[in-house]
Ligand binder design. Sequence first.
Ligand code: 3HC
Length: 317
Amino acid sequence: MSPTYSEESRELAFQEAIDSDRTVEPRDWMPERYRSTMIRQIAQHAHSEIIGMQPEGNWITRAPSLRRKAILLAKVQDEAGHGLYLYAAAETLGVERRELTDLLIAGRQKYSSIFNYPTLTWADVGAIGWLVDGAAITNQLALTKTSYGPYARAMVRICREESFHQRQGFELLAELSRGTKAQHEMAQDAVNRWWWPSLMMFGPPDTESPNTAQSMAWKIKRVSNDDLRQRFVDMTVPQAQALRLELPDPDLRWNEARGHFDFGPIDWEEFRQVVGGHGPCNQQRISVRRAADEEGAWVREAARAWEGRQQSRTSAA
Ligand code: 3HC
């Protein structure tokens, strides 16, 4: 059914506001598709933050020193906070956090593919901080200018904390890389395993992305998947040289004419498999999330009971 005249004029006014860089706020009128796209993307982002706690949390009890344990604890706690900011941003669009958690556990909403890979050694904690948080920052810096106000403001705070995450990962790898031969090899092995999945974090090529064109028109995305991926490669190659670690891509070389690094082909079949639920850890990540949700049910019920009692006391007073 074509939108009524008033809806068409509203959509035109909405697009004009977007084109003039007006920020969309929760009480503004917005096309239903804009709302559902924002809920989809913010939910995917929030789910990623919470699921992302699992691979790193796996090493908290095995950190090699008290200092490293404290840093990793702080980082994993930050990720929980990022998830809560983002669920709060999604709730401004009229969706309940409970509903989003149910959709995630039922496999009907996504989280970032990157968290479906295992953390096999301590060096993986460094590779995640340096590469995964580095890629996340590249994406999230652009999202500080996204058209939906609550999402953009959540990004500003998250990016500040992400820069600490990326720096601690870089420092961890620098220590290993300059350590014993075995430590250097452990760092190189982790980078070999996390490099290509980190490039996949930015999403499919622009030519295969069903959402990018509309998201760019609505300024949800300010930079396309491929351009963000290129930014990340250009930023990371010099850092790998400083770490004295190789990036596992024989085609990686500076292209003077382009002013960027050329890099090799990404295995998009692997990406589709992982996004489709067939990655190394997909089942484990969701069953851990489901168990945490079930084990936490009594806390939610107790909080609701307490809240109900408070409300009846207030109304009785
Ligand atoms: N993992 C899982 N799914 C992915 C994906 C990935 N890396 N990349 C793309 N997809 C999905 C999309 O969700 C979309 O599926 P859907 O329509 O069913 O939701 C489909 O593949 C097509 O991709 P598009 O590029 O067309 O989709 P988007 O326009 O949504 O762009 C995105 C994908 C760039 C990932 C965008 O959703 C985005 O910017 N999301 C928010 C940022 C984010 O998720 N960052 C990574 C995780 S957060 C993190 O790393 C925390 C850090 O602290 C460690």
